[in-house]
Design a protein around this ligand. Structure first.
Ligand code: FDP
Length: 325
């Protein structure tokens, strides 16, 4: 029988500091707990709307609130965490400690899918905290390249944790007895692909470069790309990105004209940055069309950003199309 290394043993061999490993363990343990709550669905009365909205004016599901509380409580109790920020919280929450780490997270990404039993996930990003004061919002506004760890948990047919610290990207599967076991070491994204993910229902609102790129894909072998493309859109970023981590592809949530004043739908600090780091560390690319996602200087906590990520050569095709304008 195959034996798998568990997360604690794997972390012990990682060249990261012990405090960072504690933070990762705390997030991982909470994700295991969240997996149980998500899996129990209607049995625990946790499906449906919470009857409230978050800072982005989005309707909160009961599970958005429950998972946010679980992660917030765990991180506040974790010694090296100086502050946290969540999609579901308007403001950053300092723990009162100085030094260590800041954690940003989307506790339940893709939550519009919960009630129909489609995969959802938790996304997290870890940044260094200031060493001389209790952190405020300005201290969180660091570019994604500063992240010291990032990853996501996907609650699907299997619950998996995909993680990067100092080196590559490794994926762990949650066992029946609650252990994270390393099942997919050193993930790498193929540079070429013939599979794209975008919400096609927004086609009429897209900017010209996005329209040109997708038109080219849809023309298949007879078109400018000279190959047939497949399309997938789960509408759960974690699940769409996870597919790309496993078999390549490109994921796009570009700006569109429905809300022209907003740069896109996805959030930089706890969606695009952590996914950007995971994807880049696996050999892929992540851009907003003009700039590498990880180089964007955030100006506010809940900032939105256009996102194009995945197989390196395909992202480059989109980026050059966007540069043409
Ligand atoms: P959701 O609104 O369900 O939380 O983070 C936002 C997100 O999901 C992503 O997970 C997903 O990729 C995207 O929105 C889906 O948006 P559309 O419903 O516009 O397709």
């Amino acid at each position: 029988m195959t034996t798998f290394v568990d997360l604690a043993a794997w972390l012990a061999a990682e060249p990261a500091d012990a405090a960072l490993k504690d933070v990762v363990q705390s997030v991982a343990a909470t994700c295991a707990q969240i997996s149980g709550v998500v899996a129990s669905g209607a049995l625990s009365g946790s499906l449906g709307a919470a009857g409230s909205t978050n800072v982005q004016d989005e309707e909160q599901k009961k599970l958005d609130v429950i998972t946010n509380d679980l992660l917030s409580d765990a991180l506040k109790a974790c010694g090296p965490v100086a502050g946290l920020a969540s999609e579901e919280l308007e403001e950053v929450e300092p723990t009162g400690r100085v030094g260590g780490y800041l954690v940003t997270f989307d506790p339940l990404d893709g939550s519009s899918n919960i009630d129909v039993n489609v995969s959802v996930g938790t996304i997290f990003s870890v940044l260094p905290a200031p060493t001389d004061h209790v952190p405020a919002e300005a201290d969180f506004l660091q570019p994604g390249r500063n992240q010291v760890a990032a990853g996501y948990a996907v609650y699907g047919p299997q619950t998996m944790l995909v993680l990067t610290l100092s080196g590559g990207v490794n994926a762990f599967t949650l066992s029946a007895d609650g252990q994270w076991l390393l099942t997919h070491p050193d993930l790498s994204i193929k540079p070429d692909t013939a599979e794209f993910a975008i919400n096609m229902s927004n086609q009429r609102h897209w900017a010209d470069p996005v329209r040109r790129y997708i038109d080219g894909c849809l023309q298949g072998k007879e078109g400018p790309r000279a190959k047939n493309f497949n399309m997938r859109w789960i509408a759960s970023m974690v699940a769409d990105v996870h597919r790309i981590m496993m078999r390549g592809g490109i994921f796009m949530y570009p700006w569109d004209a429905r809300e022209p004043g907003k740069p896109g739908k996805l959030r930089l600090m706890y969606e695009a940055n952590p996914m950007g780091l995971v994807v880049e560390r696996a050999g892929g690319r992540a851009t907003d069309g003009a700039e590498r996602i990880l180089d964007i200087q955030p100006t506010k906590l809940h900032q939105r950003v256009p996102v194009v990520l995945g197989s390196a050569n395909e992202v480059e095709v989109v980026r050059s199309e966007m540069q043409r304008g």
